[in-house]
Write a protein that binds this ligand. Structure first.
Ligand code: C2E
Ligand code: CA
Ligand code: CA
Length: 574
């Protein structure tokens, strides 16, 4: 049995609480459902957000557990819609680490109660789902018992925000402490009105007694208290105050409440280091609560490196347009080496950028940022133009060249412009289209499967080769990929790194490579750094190796030398 004894059973007598699980991958859906076999929950499953909404309209559901990345409607959009259409339902997102940043936005919007991580452990999952049901019943109790409280909470929040902004405008060094008491709603639910106000008063007194005398305490939600401390003198002594307060709040209550123990955590931020205005300060503060680590550490300070990171990001974003115009981006080439012969007939184009102030900026960093603000469209257009031009020149000089691959981002696949651009360039340079390979990541394919599939087929019909990049970084679903016109699968470095130490990865890769070959798909292993990995991959009949064991990405002249002087010596295992 996994329902909590005192709180839930009282409320749930006579019916089974309804849990809806939404995930587009059938095997994950099944595995998640299995986790709840021995619980009292009535579990429903749906393979899409649309199906989930249908079930919500017809069944009695209190808690929803949704995958984040799904075709058509994402988990983020789904829970936001639920907040409108089924405001009582408590929604949680379950997804890979890669989605954490996007999920924070959903958590901050209040649409999702918690973010759970895949892969999950059953015990933790059950506890989180129990907590979500507790939250549901606690919200219900609060709403039905105290109809006027909602309006009061709103105005308290507004008063708090006004207080914060006024202090910040006066340029004061302000500290904000955010105290969350996770189980307060559940405890209050078991108390009568008198006892519940008494408990609130005890908590407020405890906080006031510990905090500096100039502090203002605001209870903005049932389980959330903010404290504003103007003119903070010493961060170090403030931390001591918070530690002591947190210890007091988390110890067993006394007197009438002796059977209860609160469970609280505190986060704090200090202006101007942790946020230049009220909104930024509070946003950063909220994001701490969304992080798992927070629950373990109890007191957390906002990391001021976050602010530095944001400044760096803004600098990068504002210099991209200039970098294109002034030709600051450079093309580098990394060979893809035939496993058996050591010959290089293929390569990948990788961008390099030396920023005037920041020095070398990694393409992972600027490409990701440019995807967020849309500048990837300009970078992508520039890159395709330059790469195809270079490819045309190289292929005239080096007959051995079979293909060069160009990375294409998700956003570039969201319309058909990229197809027109390739068609135009192939015609302009009278190029064999099979010389061009495009690499798209597995996750960008999943963002909008129907749209991606349509564009990929058009590129395929044009004669281009198509590679799936970064396979193994999270959503590895061969079922999806087999529906796409795929010529090449690139195994990510994370899989290659695990190859030597994990027999499971070894046997999985062996079957995957065999399966690819049955489907006429070539396999490239990326990030191969040593000869031990190389030997295993060769024995598994992987087709190509791309990695430092042979060469990093190099300038054009260097790449041409590799084409001329091949095959690579010494590394080929016979
Ligand atoms: P990616 O497409 O997966 O590229 C492979 C990355 O792994 C490259 O990093 C490459 O230098 C690195 N790599 C290759 N072999 C090894 C190895 O043996 N060990 C290690 N540690 N790393 C290895 P790079 O060039 O920094 O690019 C990072 C990512 O940035 C790329 O990942 C790609 O997603 C993106 N990117 C780079 N150039 C472009 C571009 O022109 N267009 C787009 N859309 N994305 C690009
Ligand atoms: Ca790539
Ligand atoms: Ca990759």
């Amino acid at each position: 049995m996994h329902l909590k004894s005192n709180s839930l059973n009282e409320v749930t007598d006579g019916f089974l609480p309804g849990l809806l699980i939404v995930d587009d991958e059938a095997n994950i859906l099944k595995a998640l459902k299995r986790s709840f076999l021995r619980t009292k929950y009535n579990v429903f499953t749906a393979e899409s957000a649309a199906k989930g909404l249908e079930i919500l309209n017809n069944e009695d559901i209190q808690v929803v557990l949704s995958d984040f990345r799904m075709p058509k409607m994402s988990g983020g959009q789904f829970v936001k819609q639920l907040k409108e259409s089924h405001p009582d339902v408590v929604s949680m997102i379950i997804s890979g680490y890669a989605d954490f940043d996007s999920a924070i936005e959903v958590l901050n919007s209040g649409a999702a109660f918690k973010f759970l991580r895949k892969p999950w452990c059953n015990k933790g999952l059950l506890e989180d789902v129990d907590a979500a049901f507790d939250e549901y019943f606690a919200r219900k109790t609060v709403i039905s018992n105290e109809p006027e409280q909602q309006g009061m909470e709103l105005s308290k929040k507004a008063i708090f925000e006004h207080g914060l902004n006024t202090l910040l405008e006066a340029n004061a060094k302000v500290a904000v402490a955010s105290i969350r008491i996770f189980n307060l709603a559940v405890i209050i639910q078991q108390l009568d009105e008198y006892s519940s106000s008494k408990l609130h008063a005890i908590i407020e007194q405890t906080i006031k007694a510990e905090m500096p005398s100039s502090s203002e305490v605001y209870q903005v939600e049932l389980d959330q208290i903010f404290v504003l401390i103007p003119d903070l003198q010493s961060e170090c002594s403030f931390q001591n105050v918070l530690s002591k307060l947190n210890e007091m709040l988390n110890s067993q209550l006394t007197g009438d409440f002796s059977k209860y123990k609160l469970n609280s955590s505190i986060a704090y931020a200090i202006s101007p280091f942790d946020g230049v205005n009220g909104q930024e300060l509070m946003q950063n503060l909220h994001s701490i609560f969304a992080q798992e680590v927070f629950y373990k550490q109890h007191i957390q300070k906002l990391d001021s490196t976050k602010i530095e990171t944001r400044k760096r990001q803004l600098t990068i974003q504002s210099s991209i347009a200039g970098a294109i115009n002034e030709n600051q981006f450079e093309l580098y080439f990394q060979p893809k080496v035939n496993v058996d012969s050591g010959a290089t007939k293929q390569g990948e184009v990788l961008m390099r950028w030396e920023h005037q102030e920041l020095g070398w900026v990694s393409p992972s960093e600027f490409i990701n940022l440019s995807e967020l603000d849309g500048q990837i469209e300009q970078i992508g257009t520039w890159l395709i133009d330059k790469s195809v031009k270079k490819l045309a020149e190289l292929s005239r000089i080096h007959n051995c060249l079979e293909s060069l691959s160009i990375n294409i981002s998700a956003r570039q696949l969201s319309n058909h412009k990229v197809v027109d651009q390739f068609a135009f360039l192939i015609d302009k340079y009278k190029l064999d289209p099979a010389l061009i390979e495009i690499e798209i990541t597995e996750s960008s394919v999943m963002e909008d499967l129907d749209q991606t599939n349509a564009v990929l087929w058009q590129l395929k019909l044009l004669g281009l080769r198509i590679a799936i990049d970064d396979f193994g970084t999270g959503y590895s679903s061969f079922a999806y990929l087999s529906k796409l016109p795929v010529d090449v699968l690139k195994l990510d470095k994370v899989l290659v790194d695990d190859l030597v130490k994990s027999d499971d990865v070894k046997s999985m890769l062996r079957s995957l490579i065999a399966l690819c070959h049955q489907m006429q798909i070539k396999v490239v292993a990326e990030g191969v750094e040593d000869e031990q990995q190389l030997a295993i991959l060769q024995e598994m009949h992987c087709d190509y190796i791309q990695g430092y064991v042979y060469s990093k990405a190099v300038r054009l002249q260097e790449f041409e030398k590799i084409l001329i002087n091949q095959p690579f010596k010494n590394k080929v295992i016979s």
